[in-house]
Design a protein around this ligand. Structure first.
Ligand SMILES: C[S@@+](CC[C@H](N)C(=O)[O-])C[C@H]1O[C@@H](n2cnc3c(N)ncnc32)[C@H](O)[C@@H]1O
Length: 459
């Protein structure tokens, strides 16, 4: 999810620049934002002004008419900024047809959940900070196929608090003489900013990637910058530093020691399905919180009470824990590559009744490495990054073994192409049948759906 996410990183051909930017847009190039990205994904369609030419209608699908402002981007930064690829019919993206046809071939009608605001939905954003040739510091997204920054102060999909926070940051950058990073020279101070909204307090968790190995070497400007932000008395939930001096395209350093909480609280807390989920800046977080809640509520319908539930690609448990809470399932564990997510996961799990969490473990590593844990569960939830499932996991799922009790797979995907590939592997031995498919409009403005696909084991 996303990507960063943070979001879809681009990823094709020569465009393999930024390794940990997640961009849920086209996958054509490294765009800033939103979460880790991974291997090769198929390029999506180019920018299109509307998706209305497609005539398909899905169940519950509210097709909006052209000119309906609630389905139009209306952003001054379009099309210069590559964060969005659609300007109209945002809840009816071109990829819809392909997806519906695929599932229809498997005798499954897709249920659409597209009733979402198309503005202000992005509650986490990662932006680059760069110094241009005129020594001006710019904050924004990379322009396509380049590392020159397009400023987007009036971005329509950002939560309004993110734009407000960025305005304050820009002001403090100027006041304190903080210098944006210069990639060619490897000098400058501020490299990236991540802003993440905590909805309950209407505050913003801000993380600043600083070009120094530690606070000690960051120099007086760093402290002036942070004090300057505090002095604005604005709604910052917390101010974080991430120290990253590596050349290249990694936004963050993921060493624990590279993270410093300068002020405020360690976690942004969101209530999802009635349970508190804790988000530190160094863990994955979905960008559309309202739709995530809808997704969790739908998934809960596929999980019975007391079922043994495993979550793979778990992040901090934003899906699996609320699903267990709502359904009464027993968590047998969660697997996640980013070990820094463990503490937040265990904190959220502790809110579940003891009977539901007593055997819950957090397994750090790849889902492939932990695929033997599948034998512990009756239902597995998997929400991989855009690149899809680890091959060894998909292959393992395709061959049920003697003692396996697994009877349902709940696959959440932000990339139809990798989902289709994985479903082919999982289904190749005829053991699994698709029970249902639902599409959630997580990323209005992009040519993507978040897809929930449920498979049941043939009896
Ligand atoms: C799309 S996110 C979903 C996270 C979580 N389900 C949520 O909604 O917040 C994918 C997660 O998988 C993790 N990840 C990436 N590659 C992985 C792998 N090979 N094995 C296990 N986890 C992985 C990422 O760190 C990220 O937290």
């Amino acid at each position: 999810m996303d990507c960063l996410t943070f979001v879809c990183l681009a990823v094709k051909c020569k465009r393999q620049f930024c390794k940990d930017l997640n961009c849920h847009k086209s996958g054509r190039r490294p765009r800033l934002l939103f979460v880790p990205i991974y291997k090769d994904v198929t390029c999506c369609s180019p920018k299109v002004a509307r998706g209305e030419e497609l005539g398909l209608k899905g169940e519950n699908f509210r097709k909006k008419s052209r000119g309906d402002t609630s389905d139009t981007l209306g952003c001054v930064h379009f099309p210069l900024c590559d964060g969005c690829s659609l300007e109209e019919s945002l809840t009816y993206p071109p990829c819809t047809e392909k997806m519906e046809k695929y599932f229809l071939k498997q005798n499954v009608r897709v249920t659409f959940h597209s009733d979402t605001p198309v503005h202000g939905w992005r509650s986490i954003a990662r932006l680059a900070v760069r110094r241009d040739r005129k020594r001006r510091t710019k904050i924004g997204l990379f322009k396509e196929d380049s590392h020159s920054v397009v400023e987007i102060p009036k971005c329509q999909v950002h939560h309004p608090l993110i734009n407000q926070a960025l305005e304050k940051v820009k002001y403090v950058i100027e006041e304190t003489g903080t210098c944006g990073y210069n990639e060619d020279l490897g000098d400058g101070q501020l490299r990236y900013i991540q802003m993440s909204v905590e909805h309950r307090s209407q505050t913003v968790q801000a993380a600043f990637v600083w070009n120094s190995p530690r606070l000690k070497e960051a120099g007086p400007t760093c402290k002036r910058f942070l004090r300057g932000l505090e002095n604005t008395k604005w709604n910052f939930h917390s101010l974080w530093l991430n120290f990253n001096t590596t050349r290249g395209n990694r936004i963050f350093s993921f060493e624990q020691s590279s993270w410093l909480l300068y002020s405020g609280k360690p976690y942004a807390v969101e209530s999802i399905g009635g349970v508190n989920i804790y988000f530190p800046p160094y863990a994955f977080r979905q960008s559309n919180m309202a739709m995530l809640k809808k997704l969790v509520s739908e998934i809960s319908k596929y999980v019975d009470s007391k079922t043994r539930l495993l979550e793979l690609y778990a992040g901090v448990g934003a899906i699996g824990i609320p699903v267990a809470y709502a359904s009464g399932a027993r968590l047998v564990g969660a697997c996640e590559l980013n070990g820094l997510s463990k503490e937040a996961y265990l904190k959220a799990v502790s809110a579940l009744p003891a009977s539901q969490r007593s055997s819950a473990e957090f397994f750090i590593g790849t889902a492939a490495a932990h695929r033997d844990k599948l034998k512990l569960c009756e239902v597995v939830i998997m929400d991989p990054p855009r690149s899809g499932l680890d091959y060894a996991l998909a292959a393992r799922l395709s061959t049920v073994r003697g003692k396996d009790i697994l009877k349902r797979i709940i696959y959440v995907s932000c990339n139809f192409e990798s989902l289709r590939r994985d479903l082919e592997i999982i289904q190749r031995n005829g053991i699994w049948k698709i029970r249902s498919a639902e599409a959630f409009m997580f990323f209005p403005g992009t040519d993507h759906w978040e897809i929930l696909c449920v498979l049941d084991r043939n009896v």
